[in-house]
Write a protein that binds this ligand. Structure first.
Ligand SMILES: Cc1cc2nc3c(=O)[nH]c(=O)nc-3n(C[C@H](O)[C@H](O)[C@H](O)COP(=O)(O)OP(=O)(O)OC[C@H]3O[C@@H](n4cnc5c(N)ncnc54)[C@H](O)[C@@H]3O)c2cc1C
Length: 380
């Protein structure tokens, strides 16, 4: 059988691409080394932030607006599944911080609903957030929480329903592209297709080695704490997602309380990840790592300094400029690169799946993606 498109990696990006291509009627083969919505890559841990006033660059805003539409479409096709909860969100920092400047720039450029709040107003609206005087926050009402495992499962089910062939526990060892199509070789077989989408997350340094992009795969830690005084003040109908820039080197983020295990509230550093190999990442979390997280929040969100309920490790795949790598392979127009997202890509996975599918079908995307071209960071 010759497929229209083979997708390597069925995590956030690959599962979304599979849904898009399969529902457009194309013959899709998806190959995934682990099981569906697993906890070995970059898309586990029960929650991901989604937001619109994009501090990382205004060029992301058209993509995120389309991503919201697709998340709502997916949710409508997946009744009974909790995929997206709008909670509102605050980005916190000093008035001259890079994050405050970035969110303000995007909000103004695209007329996104937002409010600038001083420290006293944040403390009044969201009492757990004890901003020091002089800090401020930009509040955006459309921010919220995606459930990554449920989103991936919804994309996979949608793809399967539309006729995609999805194979799990099968590792791709190499691929080859020529003028007539692509060959993908796994530990179980060899397959041919017209097009290939490579979406391997933290395994990008292996499967995209020919591009010689200096990826940095980082170990990051997620923590769930049982708040002092209980979770009520963190309920999603009264408490937002937040991102807090402490200084130029340090930022952390967190979520409202979520139903289901492990309970409590989740918090993590966005900065300070340590380089790792995805096949040998250290999964246990040391006491001093827990203490570093506590030290960062103790003055700022004192209620979080309660008992540790759980921790987990996850991986960022960072590019040299921390922007995404999405586009056609510079030397193979039938190969799409659609995954390295520098630790902020989940919210976009619905639209990246659509873009990857468009690139596989026509070589072009409907949204502006030149900024994400692999050639800008590829050394070969
Ligand atoms: C701790 C943490 C917190 C984050 N927080 C946020 C957030 O709040 N908001 C946000 O938008 N983003 C966030 N991100 C980033 C976001 O989660 C990632 O950018 C995104 O999930 C990555 O999706 P992916 O498809 O590239 O990778 P994955 O979902 O990991 O998928 C890649 C898949 O490829 C498979 N694969 C790899 N190699 C092979 C092979 N050889 N053969 C077969 N299959 C293979 C892997 O098993 C995996 O399933 C966070 C990331 C982490 C780690």
């Amino acid at each position: 059988m010759r497929y229209h498109t083979i997708i390597v990696g069925l995590g956030a990006m690959g599962s979304a691409a599979a849904w898009q291509l399969a529902r457009a009627g194309h013959a899709v083969l998806g190959l995934e080394r682990f099981g569906p919505a697993h906890a070995q890559g970059s898309s586990h841990g029960h929650s991901r932030i989604i937001r619109q006033a994009y501090m990382e660059g205004t060029q992301y805003v058209p993509l995120i607006l389309r991503a919201y539409e697709l998340w709502h479409e997916l949710a409508a096709e997946t009744p009974g599944e909790d995929l997206l909860t709008i909670t509102g969100g605050v980005t916190i920092g000093a008035p001259d911080s890079a994050m405050i400047a970035g969110v303000t720039r995007s909000a103004l450029a695209y007329g996104l609903e937002h409010e600038a709040l001083d420290a006293a107003e944040v403390r009044r609206r969201f009492p757990p957030l004890q901003l020091p005087d002089g800090h401020l926050a930009l509040y955006e009402p459309r921010a919220g929480v995606l459930r990554p495992e449920a989103c991936i499962r919804a994309h996979l089910h949608g793809a399967t329903r539309a006729g995609a062939t999805l194979q799990f526990h099968e590792t791709v060892t190499h691929w080859h592209a020529d003028d007539d199509g692509v060959t993908v070789v796994s530990d179980r077989g060899s397959y041919r297709a017209e097009r290939l989408i490579i979406a391997p997350g933290a395994w990008a340094p292996q499967l995209l080695a020919d591009l010689q992009i200096p990826f940095r795969v980082e170990r990051q830690i997620l923590f769930w704490f049982d708040p002092i005084g209980g979770s009520a003040a963190f309920a999603p109908d009264r408490f937002p997602i937040y991102i807090w820039e402490v200084d130029e080197q340090t930022a952390f983020y967190g979520f409202p309380a979520q139903a289901g295990p492990p309970g409590g509230v989740k918090i993590a550093f966005h900065t300070g990840g340590t380089p790792c190999d995805p096949d040998h990442i250290r999964r246990d979390v040391a006491d001093d790592e827990v203490e570093a997280m506590r030290a960062a929040v103790r003055q700022r969100i004192p209620a979080i300094d309660g008992p540790l309920l759980a921790s987990a490790t996850c991986m960022y795949t960072r590019t040299p400029d921390d922007h995404f790598v999405i586009g056609l392979h510079p030397r193979h127009p039938n190969v799409v690169v659609a995954s390295p997202c520098s630790g902020h890509g989940f919210k976009f996975s619905s639209v990246i799946g659509e873009i990857a599918a468009q690139l596989a079908c026509t070589g072009q995307a409907n949204l502006p993606i030149a900024f994400f071209a692999p050639s800008r960071v590829a050394l070969a």
